[in-house]
Design a binder for this molecule. Structure first.
Ligand code: HEM
Ligand SMILES: *[C@@H]1O[C@H](CO)[C@@H](O)[C@H](O)[C@H]1NC(C)=O
Ligand SMILES: *[C@@H]1O[C@H](CO)[C@@H](O)[C@H](O)[C@H]1NC(C)=O
Ligand SMILES: *[C@@H]1O[C@H](CO)[C@@H](O)[C@H](O)[C@H]1NC(C)=O
Ligand SMILES: *[C@@H]1O[C@H](CO)[C@@H](O)[C@H](O)[C@H]1NC(C)=O
Ligand SMILES: *[C@@H]1O[C@H](CO)[C@@H](O)[C@H](O)[C@H]1NC(C)=O
Ligand SMILES: *[C@@H]1O[C@H](CO)[C@@H](O)[C@H](O)[C@H]1NC(C)=O
Ligand SMILES: *[C@@H]1O[C@H](CO)[C@@H](O)[C@H](O)[C@H]1NC(C)=O
Ligand SMILES: *[C@@H]1O[C@H](CO)[C@@H](O)[C@H](O)[C@H]1NC(C)=O
Length: 512
């Protein structure tokens, strides 16, 4: 029944002036003089509006139809995740088209400061949310359809007792992503959204993300620059040296390279979003590095602790890859996007299948993207990472005690967000088959062990010993036992982030 309904809406929409002809951009006050995005030197710059317009035109992609969060990566300054239940579907659907759609920020608007809104607004729906809207179509992704809780133990290795109850319940229908440079702006836009929705939704949970302060901007809470190695995407970005260029269809449904050939037409140019609230136990991580510092005689104790952390991550805190600068940090290299991603673990005179003097097989970076370590290089299991840190800085009391506070207002971590066209090939694959798999990459004399940052035993048990090898450059067979989790999953959900035209023509109710 809904199908016929939405088909007739498509037909009706075709007779109306195109949404674009009302020129959404010009309706926004052009008051911005500073970007709502951050741009640390280490991170690849976004394409200019002109570059993106030309790249997208080459492949017939409409960047004004794609929600802005999907392709831009980890560049938000403040971002609120506002999770909601739809309590009046009819009212929600009518307000979605008339009031909310003009606020939804497409990719094209984010690429130049003077087209950015005060607050970027994106919206995504869980399977339960689509059900609530009366959408019965199969989107072709069973992870999405079953919800993240269905992946909890065996695939993700989470301990369910650590989950925020809301993520294990049935109340999350959707999430608004509100991004700006100030929390005041975010709050004001949230009020506007709630007024427009007129009581048709209720809040079930929210998480306030923000870039870390001062020199830590762009760094996650353990201190490492994040968001450097996202893939370049055909039709959007120009590759930097070393950056893999991937098909649009790995990230946008219905585009070239989407592994699922038959999806409902309205899902084209939408993307599946995996959301995870990943708590980080920073004082415990720091203590672990001190207590297990490496023993390079040319380095101080502090430097040997820092070296261990860099080898666990695969990058120095600055962002410089250990594969290019294995013993000491190189902040100049770190800040140069022409060089900071230009490596693939091959070195002349070294065998990539055994060499861990540059980078351990178990390093987070190498686990989640082995680059030339797989032959041929993997092109199927990639994600766009678009998360943001949440929670306050470590307090003096926490660092003095080497323990994270149990005060919930002091919880900190990563509001982890990835976009992909197939969750089981994307986020869930990387977590299950690479990070949590002690034997990946395979055929090694000593198993690499699980990812020392995010790996778990894959059985849904917390604080089981994790046994990465390769971390000591002096003895690659040495296992450094990690008897605790530095990253604790507090749960999450899978969402679908639809195109603007899908919101207009399929999800919204257009009353004549
Ligand atoms: C709190 C948890 C996490 C922290 C602190 C963290 C931190 C980092 C850092 C610092 C980098 C290097 C910066 C960069 O290259 O952009 C990185 C890269 C990456 N992370 Fe994570 N990460 C976390 C969770 C995850 C999870 C859950 C996944 C996927 C299952 C993941 C997948 C990746 C990938 C794919 C890369 C890029 C690898 C490459 O292309 O070379 N991360 N992460
Ligand atoms: C691109 O998408 C926007 C938003 O849905 C729409 O208004 C516009 O007509 C589209 N442009 C083209 C050329 O299809
Ligand atoms: C839902 O909203 C519509 C439109 O405002 C209203 O007529 C209807 O009574 C509401 N339904 C419920 C169950 O509140
Ligand atoms: C924004 O709203 C939240 C939740 O209502 C509130 O706790 C916070 O103080 C507000 N922040 C600002 C800067 O107004
Ligand atoms: C819904 O809209 C009506 C009419 O504009 C208004 O009177 C009412 O206060 C609104 N309700 C909510 C919950 O926003
Ligand atoms: C490697 O181990 C040897 C023998 O234990 C030691 O003398 C040397 O200093 C170590 N080198 C490094 C880089 O740890
Ligand atoms: C320590 O420095 C000396 C002198 O530069 C060098 O020969 C030696 O290889 C270094 N040792 C390590 C483990 O890096
Ligand atoms: C790895 O990088 C080197 C140096 O840029 C390059 O010559 C080589 O072809 C790359 N190997 C693979 C498998 O991509
Ligand atoms: C914190 O850990 C460091 C490194 O192990 C240690 O030197 C220090 O004594 C610890 N402090 C407390 C209060 O346990």
């Amino acid at each position: 029944m809904r199908l016929t309904f939405s088909l007739s809406l498509f037909a009706a929409a075709a007779l109306q002036p195109a949404f674009g002809s009302t020129n959404v951009v010009s309706l926004k006050p052009r008051t911005r003089t500073n970007s709502l995005l951050i741009s640390p030197a280490a991170l690849p710059a976004l394409p200019s509006a002109q570059q993106a317009a030309s790249a997208s035109a080459d492949v017939g992609l409409n960047l004004t139809d794609i929600q802005g969060d999907i392709l831009i990566g980890m560049k938000k300054n403040k971002e609120l995740f506002f999770f909601f239940t739809i309590v009046n579907s009819t009212l929600f659907r009518s307000q979605l088209g008339s009031g909310i759609l003009p606020l939804i920020t497409p990719t094209s608007q984010l690429l130049a400061v003077d087209t950015q809104p005060t607050t970027a607004v994106n919206v995504a729906f869980s399977q339960r949310g689509l059900n609530a809207l009366g959408i019965t179509d199969d989107l072709g992704d069973s992870s999405f359809a079953n919800g993240q809780i269905d992946n909890v133990a065996t695939i993700l290795g989470d301990e369910t007792s650590n989950w925020e109850p809301v993520f294990a319940g049935s109340g999350i229908h959707g999430v608004f992503l509100l991004a700006s440079d100030t929390i005041d702006n975010v709050n004001a836009t949230l009020s506007q959204v709630q007024n427009l929705l007129n009581g048709s939704i209720t809040e079930v949970y929210s998480l306030q993300g923000q870039a870390r302060p001062g020199d830590e901007q762009g760094h996650e809470h353990f201190g490492f620059m994040d968001g450097i190695s996202n893939p370049a995407i055909t039709g959007f970005s120009t590759p930097l040296p070393g950056q893999q260029v991937l098909d649009l269809g790995l990230f946008l449904l219905g585009e070239s390279g989407d592994p699922v050939v038959s999806r409902p037409a309205w899902t084209k140019d939408g993307s599946f979003m995996a959301f995870r609230q990943l708590q980080q136990r920073v004082p415990e991580f720091n203590k672990f590095l001190v207590d297990n510092a490496l023993s390079n005689p040319n380095l101080t104790a502090d430097q040997n602790a820092e070296l261990l952390g860099a080898r666990m991550m695969g990058r120095w805190k600055s962002g410089a890859p250990v594969d290019l600068t294995p013993i000491v940090d190189d902040p100049v290299l770190a800040a140069d996007p022409q060089r900071n991603n230009d490596f693939n673990y091959t070195h002349s005179g070294f065998d990539i299948d055994t060499d861990q003097t540059h980078c351990p097989f178990s390093a987070h970076l190498r686990k989640t993207n082995p680059r030339a370590g797989l032959t041929p290089e993997d092109t199927a299991n990639h994600i766009i990472r678009a998360g943001i840190p949440y929670g306050p800085e470590v307090t003096d009391a926490e660092s003095a005690a080497n323990v994270s506070s149990t005060d919930p207002t002091l919880e900190r971590g990563l509001a982890f967000v990835t976009y992909q066209s197939d969750i089981a090939n994307g986020f869930a694959f990387l977590q299950q088959f690479w990070a949590n798999n002690a034997n990946f990459p395979g055929a090694k004399a000593t198993p690499p062990g699980v990812d020392p940052i995010i790996g778990t035993d894959g059985l849904g048990q917390a604080d089981v010993s994790r046994n990465p090898s390769g971390l000591d450059p002096n003895d690659s067979t040495k296992i450094i036992t990690i008897d605790q989790d530095f990253v604790v999953s507090r749960g999450g959900e899978y969402f679908f982030s639809p195109s603007l035209s899908a919101i207009q023509n399929t999800l919204a109710l257009n009353v004549a």
